[in-house]
Each structure stands twice: as C-alpha cells, then as structure tokens.
Design a protein around this ligand. Structure first.
Ligand code: HEC
Length: 102
C-alpha cells in the first residue's frame, strides 16, 4: 500500500516536470504499453545484453540520446523508426522513464 502511494506521488511529479516539455502530455498509456510489450519488451526483459529499465539502466542518458537510439537502433537493437512514428517514439520514451523502480 505504501509503495502504491509512493508510486502515485512520483507519477504526479513526473507529470508536472514532463508537461512543461510538451512531449509527455496526454500519453495514451494503454496504447504505449501495448507497443512496448509488442515491440520492445521481449528483448528488454529476456536478452541479457539489453538494458533493464526497471533498474534504471541507461536512464541517466538524455532524451535526445535515447530517442536517437530507439529511432536508429543500437548494435543488436533494430531501428524503431521502421515501425513507430516519431511521436510514438516520444511516448515510448516517456513510458520507459516511468518503469524505473525507486
Ligand atoms: C532485438 C532486441 C531488441 C528490441 C526488439 C529492442 N531493443 Fe532496445 N536494446 C536492445 C539492446 C541489446 C540494447 C543495448 C545496445 C547496446 O548498448 O549495445 C538496447 C538498448 C536500448 C536503449 C538504450 C539506448 C542507449 O542509448 O543506451 C533504449 C532506450 C531502448 N533499447 C529502447 C527500446 C525500445 C523503446 C524498443 C521498442 C521500440 C526496443 N528497445 C526494442 C535490444 C532490443
């Protein structure tokens, strides 16, 4: 219960910070979650070399850097721009930033 409360408070702060950047407003969480599960999660949960966002891997990088990697691919990761629109990549990036467990 305490964890749920803390998570909710974190989400509120996240919303406030990101609203000012315009890219993170109005996310359709179910759509984003669905995209992530379909296109990213198989590797990012199971592939040993893929960063695990739950533990904060790579999340210290800037939005620009991460967006570039998602769009154009990075080593074993295929380029996401083949199947995602730029705004969908923005949304997925916002979503990834919510996955880190404090
Ligand atoms: C085929 C497996 C695979 C798929 C599918 C995949 N990734 Fe990755 N991803 C990786 C691997 C492996 C790395 C680490 C690459 C490296 O640093 O060598 C990575 C790295 C990343 C990084 C960190 C990039 C950086 O600059 O350090 C992000 C963010 C990321 N993936 C997001 C995504 C998203 C979002 C999707 C779905 C659209 C996705 N990945 C799909 C395997 C995958």
């Amino acid at each position: 219960m305490k964890n749920i409360l803390i998570t909710m408070i974190c989400f509120c702060f996240l919303g406030m910070v990101q609203a000012s950047e315009e890219t993170c407003t109005d996310i359709k969480l179910d759509v984003v979650e669905n995209n992530f599960t379909l296109l990213c999660d198989a590797c990012h949960t199971n592939l040993p070399t893929a960063p695990k966002f739950k533990t904060g891997d790579r999340l210290d990088k800037t939005d620009e850097e991460l967006k570039n990697s998602i769009m154009n691919g990075l080593n074993a990761m295929p380029p996401g721009k083949a199947f995602l629109k730029p705004e969908e990549i923005d949304e997925i990036l916002c979503y990834i930033r919510t996955l880190e467990e404090q």
